[in-house]
Write a protein that binds this ligand. Structure first.
Ligand code: NDP
Length: 477
């Protein structure tokens, strides 16, 4: 017998993905640089389905039916190139290499181009959901050629998560690196979601006067409403956990320095290059970075500021409702920014990405899965050329309803010295977009003054410059 799919790289992700394929009835060839991992998989999980263990690259390739489909799940970066170089010479025209690692989309574009010239399809694929997702159903974001998706799509649909309506959480995102690009932005949005939730927690604690266990209950309640999502759910779990060693709330014994692996940073770097204002995602990346500057924070502890005055009783309950409004409104803004970046990447690289379909495949399996994504999907499906999520009537109406509370929460936060960079960036973005006039006019005036950078006028076509150093008359350029 031959295998319909192969997986090389059998650490947590690859092993679970291989098991997922096997549990769904596929014969799976498995391979790992260090063969002991392959043997372990077969020994521990071999009875879950049909596996073919391969100890060498040649054996692995020989085990695959044609066109061969082999999934690479190794450490992203140079190891991916090394593995491609090991297997590509053994492959034939029309075979498909799927890279499920967290590659940078620019690397995926390069690899796809190289392999296409050698007659091999290269499918850079975003996979979200961590190790549990890989085993039980991840959200899958494949790029690459439409042709490769014809044979691959049905297999990916089978192993993917299913949304509440039963739709598989996979779609052909678009050509070359589009899948990894979309996965990158997914992670950027994930950073923003986590930051906003963290700020809501801090506000409920410092201004709302609640304990971590009480805040867990607030999040549990929120999770039954429009904020229903995986991240809110696990937030409640983390906040209600008590450290067994000390009996203290777990969140109080964890060092307050957030780490990152880089996909959030990539999202912001790309946004800067594409000129897309993803201020909420950027603040989330910076907030993690700031938290890690321990010496700087230590040196700043004595700086002046107000002391928070915790509320109680009905006032605390009312405040919690306001924080829910602020969190929801800020969340709409982060998704607005993230989808803007996907649209901009799609335009820049000619990917023709269907934004509604992306929202659709994030409804299940991935870290940002949420009831809310169904609404984003509906908004784009109804109007694929929607200029921004904020221009969708339903979202606009919800923000209209939330905005007063959003402002009051930020008033309390700044008044009492609780840092809320995510909430604040989101509101500034919202107010900037809806502003009749922006002070950018003054910025242009300054640029023209010191650098003769010229300006356009509101009342006439053309490019103008004022002779600032001379008689201040205006010249048309
Ligand atoms: P790791 O990222 O820890 O990578 C370990 C695997 O890579 C092992 O199989 C290892 O083989 C192999 N490897 C490393 N270097 C080489 C090399 N030069 N040649 C051949 N094989 C090599 O594994 P994970 O399972 O955590 O992740 C796999 C991929 O999935 C990564 O790209 C990761 O970013 C991505 N990912 C991970 C998620 C997660 O939650 N962990 C979620 C989504 C994506 P050996 O056993 O021989 O050392």
């Amino acid at each position: 017998t031959s295998a319909q799919i192969g997986v090389t790289g059998l650490a947590v992700m690859g092993r679970n993905l291989a098991r997922n394929f096997a549990r769904n009835g596929y014969t799976v060839a498995v391979h790992n640089r260090t063969p002991s991992r392959t043997r372990e998989l077969l020994a521990e999980f071999g009875d879950e389905g049909e596996f073919i263990g391969a100890e060498s690259a040649a054996e692995f390739v020989a085990a695959l039916e044609r066109p061969r489909r082999l999934v690479i799940m190794v450490k992203a970066g140079d190891p991916t190139d090394a593995v491609i170089e090991e297997f590509a010479p053994l492959l034939e025209d029309g075979d498909v290499i799927i890279d499920g690692g967290n590659a940078h989309f620019a690397d995926t574009r390069r690899r796809e181009r190289d392999l296409r010239e050698r007659g091999i399809h290269f499918v850079g694929t975003g996979i979200s959901g961590g190790e549990e997702g890989a085993l039980h159903g991840p959200s899958i974001m494949p790029g690459g050629s439409a042709e490769s998706y014809e044979s691959l799509g049905p297999m990916l649909a089978k192993i993917s998560a299913k949304a509440a309506d039963g739709a598989p959480c996979v779609t052909h995102v678009g050509p070359d690196g589009s899948g990894h690009f979309v996965k990158m932005v997914h992670n950027g949005i994930e950073y923003a979601d986590m930051q906003l939730i963290a700020e809501a927690y801090q506000l409920l604690r410092d201004v709302g006067g609640r304990s971590p266990a009480e805040i867990a209950e607030v999040f549990r309640t929120w999770n039954t409403g429009r904020l229903d999502s995986y991240l809110i759910e696990i937030t409640a779990e983390v906040l209600s956990h008590v450290d067994p060693a000390t009996g203290e709330p777990f969140v109080d014994v964890v060092a307050d320095q957030a780490e990152q692996k880089g996909t959030g940073r990539w999202t912001v770097q790309l946004a800067l290059e594409l000129g897309v204002p993803v201020s909420g995602i950027a603040e989330a990346v910076f907030a993690r970075s700031l938290s890690g500057h321990t010496a700087l924070r230590e040196a700043s502890r004595g700086l002046a500021g107000p002391t928070a005055r915790p509320l109680s009783g009905a006032a605390a309950d009312a405040f919690a409702d306001q924080v829910e409004q602020a969190l929801y409104a800020s969340k709409i803004v982060s998704y607005t920014q993230g989808f803007h970046e996907i649209a901009a990447g799609s335009a820049e690289y000619g990917w023709n990405i269907d934004l509604g379909a992306i929202a659709g495949i994030w409804r299940g399996g991935c870290i940002i899965r949420a009831a809310f994504l169904d609404r984003i999907r509906a908004a784009y499906d109804a109007r694929p050329d929607l200029p921004s999520l904020l221009s969708d009537e339903t979202f606009a109406a919800e923000i209209a309803d939330a905005q007063q509370d959003w402002r009051e929460v930020l008033g309390a936060a700044t008044g009492q010295g609780v840092p809320t960079p995510g909430f604040a960036a989101a509101l500034a973005y919202y107010d900037s977009l809806r502003a009749d006039r922006l002070p950018a006019a003054l910025t242009q005036g300054q640029r023209d003054y010191f650098g003769a950078h010229t300006y356009r006028r509101t009342d006439r076509e053309g490019t103008f410059h004022t002779r600032w150093a001379g008689d201040r008359s205006e010249v048309q350029m």
